[in-house]
Design a protein around this ligand. Sequence first.
Ligand SMILES: Nc1ncnc2c1ncn2[C@@H]1O[C@H](COP(=O)(O)OP(=O)(O)OP(=O)(O)O)[C@@H](O)[C@H]1O
Ligand SMILES: [Mg+2]
Length: 248
Amino acid sequence: MSSPNLLVKKLCKNFGGLQAVNDLSLALEPGERRAIIGPNGAGKTTLFNLISGAFSPSSGEIYLFGKEVTRVSPHRRAALGLARTFQITNLFPNLSLFENVLLAVQALDTAKYSALRPVSFYRHLEKRTYELLEEWGMREKAGELARNLSHGDQRQVEIILALAGNPRLLLLDEPTSGLSPAETSTVTEAIRKLDSNITIALIEHDMDVAFALADRVSVLHFGSLLAEGSVSEIKDDPRVTEIYLGGE
Ligand SMILES: Nc1ncnc2c1ncn2[C@@H]1O[C@H](COP(=O)(O)OP(=O)(O)OP(=O)(O)O)[C@@H](O)[C@H]1O
Ligand SMILES: [Mg+2]
């Protein structure tokens, strides 16, 4: 029996008197696609910050690929195979698409190699960068400045950056936020086509996107897990409708 790729046990995070994450437990099986939904301020991004190690929890435990990482640095969690994207666009606007991707590839690769950098090492980074751009149909845009790319392209590039280190677990924080309907469907399709071995947790406000991509859905409300189940179970759960419609 395989252990979950992500296991969160009784996780809590307080900011002063505010309980942003409250006694939250989750398990993601290898290859699973999990949507995490919930109203603004429910604690979704905080949960990602705890999983990635940006924040340390007030209490509780986090395991990645069967290994406890509750107090492990973000860098070491990344080295284990965790990657994330951010709710807010995070590219270098004045660097080209190629340079943005190259930096991500290099950042993840230098950990694995010595300080000695023959020319062949640089070529290997360039090759990987072009491969990623090719896979995502963006090679012809390699020379464009990041700030001149469409919003939809920028969000795709963020996913490419997260994939640069071949992660086994990918956390996507609202990958379609601010996108037009056409861009949303392009990004949704790109996520759907990701290697099925990659386990994905996806925070999403767009229910159509969440329900289209997820195997299971976890619903957060005031930092706690309100409901969890298959897409159809969550769609039919009156408590979920209540928190989205009741609070308006
Ligand atoms: N660094 C911080 N310091 C203090 N409070 C914080 C911090 N980060 C988040 N919070 C608070 O914790 C709560 C949960 O925030 P979080 O960003 O996790 O919500 P969210 O579910 O991602 O919301 P949204 O859908 O708006 O992105 C909010 O009340 C927020 O104001
Ligand atoms: Mg958020």
